[in-house]
Write a protein that binds this ligand. Structure first.
Ligand SMILES: [Zn+2]
Length: 414
C-alpha cells in the first residue's frame, strides 16, 4: 500500500481486513513480536517518503501488551503540564497518571493485527523508535548505550495523547495547530498528541517526524552535552532554536534520505514546500523584514539553511565522506561549539539579551545574523579538516553576509 492517500479510518479498516476469520488470542510470551504497523518503506524518485501497512518484527520490545522494551515504554493518557513551547520542543513541568496502552488486536499467523486507530498508532510509533535504535550506529555512528546513559531511567517514555495543561508561554491554538509530535528535553520524553484532521500519514506513525524529534534528543546529547538546562542561554536564543530544528531535519535525512520532512503527513502544500530543505532556495538575506514571504516558518527557516548546508556539504564530498561519517562529524563538532560560543569575543558574538524580542525587526535580524555567524564560525573551526572547505562554501551561499558576517568568517572561512 504505497502512496497512501487514505485517512486513518481506512487504514485501520485495511488492517482489520487482514484479520478475517482470525481469533482474538493475545500475546503472552516473550518476543520477538510481530505486528502490522504503518512503516516507512523508502523514498520515491522525487525524494518523497513512502509508507506501507506491513507486518514487521520488533527488535527491542520485551513486553508487548505494555509496549515496554529496551529503549522505550509507552504510556497512554495522563495529564501533562507544559511551561513553554518552542516549535516541537516543549518544557514540561510534570506528568501524572498515564495507563497501560490497552492495545486491542487480533493475532493471526503469529502477528498482531490492530483493531483500532490508537493501537495502530502506538504500535507504529513504537516500531519507529525500535527502528531508530536498531539502526542508530549504522546511520550516525552513535552507540545506543551512549544515548541511554543520558536518559532518566535508561529509556524514553512516550506519552500517547496525554491531556495538556499550559502554564506559561504558548497557546491552545499553537498546540492544536502545530504540536502533533514533540520532544521534552528535561526528561527526554516523546509526546504524541491527538491526530489532526490535516494529517495524511499520521504524525505519530511517521518515521520522518519521529526521526526529527529524535534529532532534538541527539542535539541535547551533542550541543548541550547531555545536560539540558532551561536557563541555558543558547536554548532560548532564537537563532539556536533554528539550528536545533535544522539539526533535527538533518538527523531525519540521515535515517530516511529524504529532505521532505512533512509532505507525507501534511496535505498543505505551502507548509510542506517550505520545510523541504532540499528544494527551497531562500537564503538568510531573504529573511529580513516583518513576515518575509520567502519563508514564513520563523526560526525553522534558519534550520532549513543549516540542514541544507550540511546536506550540500556531504553531497559535494560523497566520493570520500559517507552519510554516516557526515552525521558522526556533525554530532562530534556540535559537542565543542557551545563553550567556544560562550567564550567568543563580543565583536563576533552578541552578549545575551533576554529582551531581544523587544528590539526593532531590523535590529533583531542583524542580531540573529550575528549569532548565526558566531555559531557557524565555531562549527567550522571545530569541524574535521576534510569538511571545512565545503562547509564554508555552503554556509556562505546559504547564510550570506548577514547570516555569516565577515567578522565571523575571518580566520574560519576567509
Ligand atoms: Zn522540531
Amino acid at each position: 500500500m504505497k502512496k497512501m492517500k487514505s485517512n486513518l479510518l481506512s487504514i485501520v479498516t485495511a488492517a482489520s481486513f487482514l484479520t478475517c476469520a482470525c481469533g482474538t488470542k493475545k500475546f503472552s510470551m516473550s518476543g520477538p513480536f510481530n505486528a502490522v504497523v504503518l512503516a516507512f518503506s523508502g523514498t520515491n524518485s522525487s525524494g518523497g517518503a513512502e509508507y506501507e501497512l506491513k507486518e514487521k518484527q520488533f527488535r527491542t520490545l520485551t513486553n508487548f501488551n505494555e509496549l515496554d522494551g529496551t529503549y522505550l515504554t509507552i504510556r497512554r493518557g495522563g495529564a501533562l503540564t507544559i511551561r513553554e513551547i518552542n516549535g516541537s520542543i516543549v518544557q514540561s513541568e510534570n506528568f501524572t497518571g498515564g495507563e497501560s496502552p490497552g492495545l486491542r488486536y487480533n493475532v493471526k499467523s503469529g502477528a498482531a493485527i490492530p483493531l483500532d486507530y490508537s493501537t495502530l498508532a502506538m504500535l507504529s510509533a513504537y516500531y519507529q523508535i525500535d527502528e531508530i535504535y536498531s539502526t542508530l550506529e549504522e546511520k550516525t555512528g552513535l552507540a545506543p548505550s551512549t544515548l541511554q546513559a543520558i536518559i532518566p531511567g535508561g529509556k524514553h517514555v512516550m506519552l500517547f495523547e496525554p491531556e495538556i495543561k499550559i502554564t506559561g508561554k504558548g497557546s491552545d491554538i499553537a498546540l492544536g495547530m502545530k504540536l502533533n509530535a514533540a520532544f521534552s528535553p528535561s526528561d527526554k520524553k516523546f509526546l504524541l498528541f491527538q491526530r489532526s484532521p490535516i494529517e495524511n500519514v499520521p504524525l505519530a506513525a511517521n518515521f520522518q517526524v519521529l526521526t526529527h524529534e529524535f534529532g532534538h534528543f541527539v542535539f541535547d546529547y551533542s550541543f548541550f552535552n547531555g545536560k539540558f538546562e532551561a536557563t541555558n542561554r543558547w536554548g532560548s536564543e532564537w537563532t539556536m532554536r533554528g539550528v536545533n530544528e535544522g539539526f533535527a531535519d538533518f538527523i531525519s535525512w540521515s535515517f530516511t534520505n529524504s529532505t521532505d520532512i512533512l509532505r507525507s503527513s501534511i496535505n498543505i502544500k505551502t507548509i510542506a514546500d517550505e520545510r523541504d530543505f532540499g528544494k527551497t532556495t531562500f537564503t538568510f538575506e531573504d529573511l529580513a523584514g516583518l513576515d518575509p514571504t520567502a519563508c514564513s516558518g520563523q526560526f525553522y527557516c534558519i534550520g532549513s539553511l543549516f540542514a541544507r548546508s550540511l546536506v550540500q556539504t556531504q553531497t559535494a564530498l560523497q566520493a570520500t565522506v559517507t552519510k554516516k561519517e557526515m552525521a558522526t562529524a556533525v554530532i562530534d563538532t556540535l559537542k565543542l561549539c557551545q563553550a567556544d560560543m560562550t567564550a567568543m569575543d563580543v565583536a563576533i558574538m552578541p552578549v545575551e539579551n533576554t529582551n531581544a524580542d523587544q528590539l526593532s525587526v531590523d535590529a533583531q535580524y542583524t542580531r540573529n545574523g550575528q549569532i548565526a555567524g558566531g555559531f557557524l564560525r565555531a562549527f567550522v573551526l571545530r569541524a574535521p579538516a576534510n569538511l571545512k572547505s565545503e562547509l564554508c562554501t555552503a554556509f556562505k551561499n546559504n547564510f550570506g553576509t548577514h547570516g555569516f558576517p565577515t567578522v565571523a568568517r575571518t580566520g574560519s572561512c576567509d
